[in-house]
Write a protein of this length. Sequence first.
Lengths: 536, 291
Amino acid sequence: MNTANETTLDGHNQGADNDHEHEPMPTGIKRWLFTTNHKDIGTLYLWFSFIMFLTGGAMAMVIRAELFQPGLQLVEPNFFNQMTTVHGLIMVFGAVMPAFTGLANWLIPMMIGAPDMALPRMNNWSFWILPFAFLILLSSLFMEGGGPNFGWTFYAPLSTTYSPDSTALFVFSVHIMGISSIMGAINVIVTIVNMRAPGMTWMKLPLFVWTWLITAFLLIAVMPVLAGVVTMVLTDKFFGTSFFDAAGGGDPVMFQHIFWFFGHPEVYIMILPSFGIISAIIPAFSRKRLFGYASMVYATASIAILSFLVWAHHMFTTGMPVFAELFFMYCTMLIAVPTGVKIFNWVATMWRGSITFETPMLFAIAFIILFTIGGFSGLMLAITPADFQYHDTYFVVAHFHYVLVTGAIFSIMAAAYYWLPKWTGHMYDERLAQWHFWSSVISVNVLFFPMHFLGLAGMPRRIPDYAIQFADVNQIVSIGGFAFGLAQLIFLAVVIKCIRGGKQAPAKPWEGSEGLEWTIPSPAPYHTFSTPPEIK
Amino acid sequence: MTTKHQPYYVPSQSAWPIIGAVGLFLIAVGAGQYIQQLKTDGTSGGYILTAGIGVILFMIFGWFRAVIQESMAGLYSSQMDRSFRQGMSWFIFSEVMFFAAFFGALFYARMIAVPWLGGAANNAMTHEVLWPNFVAIWPLETTPSGETTQAMPWSGLPLINTIILLISSVTLHFAHVSLEKSKRTALTIWLGLTILLGLVFLVLQAEEYIYAYQEMGLTLSSGIYGNTFYLLTGFHGMHVTLGTVFLLVLLLRVLKGHFTPDKHFAFQAGSWYWHFVDVVWLCLFAFVYVL
């Protein structure tokens, strides 16, 4: 689709035209603290995300260890609640979102032929405030009264009347995460709109760029709403307001409306970039062009628009008027249409392709199958009367872990394997990577699939104890969980091994891959496309 | 390439962002502790907060100085200028959505929460069981739990403030036109006048708050009416303050001879921001005061 100018192939356009590029390459800690380079910042985001992934994962291990048997054995219920809460917050805001932002930083400028992100210093700021936000969040766990224990959705009045004192710190750390996301999203949008190389027209953009453009729009639209709702929680708890207190004329259900107005677009923020990744990998390893490029773009946009009209499907049991229940049910089901278009297109791309099964492709195929399972359970949850049964059970937990772990996280893993040669200049260890894939894909299903049955049988989520009849399945789930957690250490090993050495990667290590990033050498030079390539 | 390409300016390493990150960290920790210490006699939060604000101000000053120097040195291409404009527009959009959250709360409370507490729709039993004496009217002068307050009338100070802000938008527009026509004296006068109007607005707003607290019993804790009133007008007031500082910096730069008729992104951004704050006020005036 995109054939770049020959001059970019050998990378000889690097360096000659910008004064600052004659400066010596910065080294040491200063390189990372002061950096304005999109590749450095992308690397920082990705490592930060991985550290958070392991941290949140450790909390999941605590949860699964406690749930290994019925009764209370390892942790206090209040600590259990803090674990579920902070696990969710870390995985959403600390692992998945920064991973996507890191990929955006690394890839978007290279994919559109831009010299860097549009606002490089702000880009640095967007990243460096994040570790501080999570430092605050994590340190609140060690304070008197404990950390946040009200669930990552911090429903009022759990987060207002009944929350620990550290809630003020929780609120401000969420504010910082929001500021980071908004600035990051502004950078992405402006980069895509303003910095495309000549000839890189809209319908030539790689789908990863398209999906991120739409994601960035969603971020700018809803992160401020999250900031608003945490602010109301803060004033309700500390300044005597009653936004979420019926005694003062407010309504706790109003919290849920405002939160989910943010929250539902948020879940698409965590999946749309995945769609872009899968749309790059499936064609590359099928050695065919992507089937239905334009329909992919329109489907992404439709999903984004619909995401603003479905928030109350999280609240079917709150006693909304029947009209509202029906409206949100139908709108939710409508989302299956553009999502179905995407699944169809990926499968059609593979149809009669000459497929090879390197690790990125394995993760991508697993994504299609397992994300579809998560999508189907989502459809089940969308049916209002059925949701009355499923609401707040492990069925919901199973559903969103299928879309977030085997969806978002698997696509991030696929992306990491796919672009690692470009980032490090080395091929990763394919054998070890396949070990990672197979152990992950098996354990993740042992972990999450039985949760569907637990939920349908009535096991409630976020409770440290359960009835005796759930014991066997919970043990299986916990074993799957420990195995999945361990399997991710293989990923760490593959990445470190790949950075330290390995077979030299050519500029284009994957036969079927397309896009400007494969026209520059591996590893990608520190500055790329200082002079924009011409896209024919 | 045949046409000469002006390279996109990618700044070299900068310490300002990490300084800003530390500043924001101190603000968050300080503000969090300060709020937790409201009921105790601890003071550490206040100090950390002040330090954080100091660091952020230092960062803003240094970062903006660097950007202004780069701009004056002609490092910014027209493409760069577009990046700034688009960035500012999206930032303002994010601000719109921030206010939307609070307007959403206002509408939800007025249209749904309060009527339901009064027994509307299928909530007769809610009303009967929880607060049978509660009367659902807006402005909510008596909350279900019995707190009473008075509603802020729209005539008087709010109306005067509306007129002041509207005029300030016009004067700022005149300033912009003067800048584009290179009429520097007119530019200075119109811009100065805008700042003055902004300050008058803020003083009157403060006076309104004092009156509300002391005479009307309308406080932050007087139920959903007072909550939405203070959070909406309060955040708006903070934005007017920020906007006024923004314009003040622009005025200083104008006096130093910055900006040309065709290159004045900072001025443009400040004026967009001011107009945005003005529009928010109009919505506020309509939905918080009048209707």
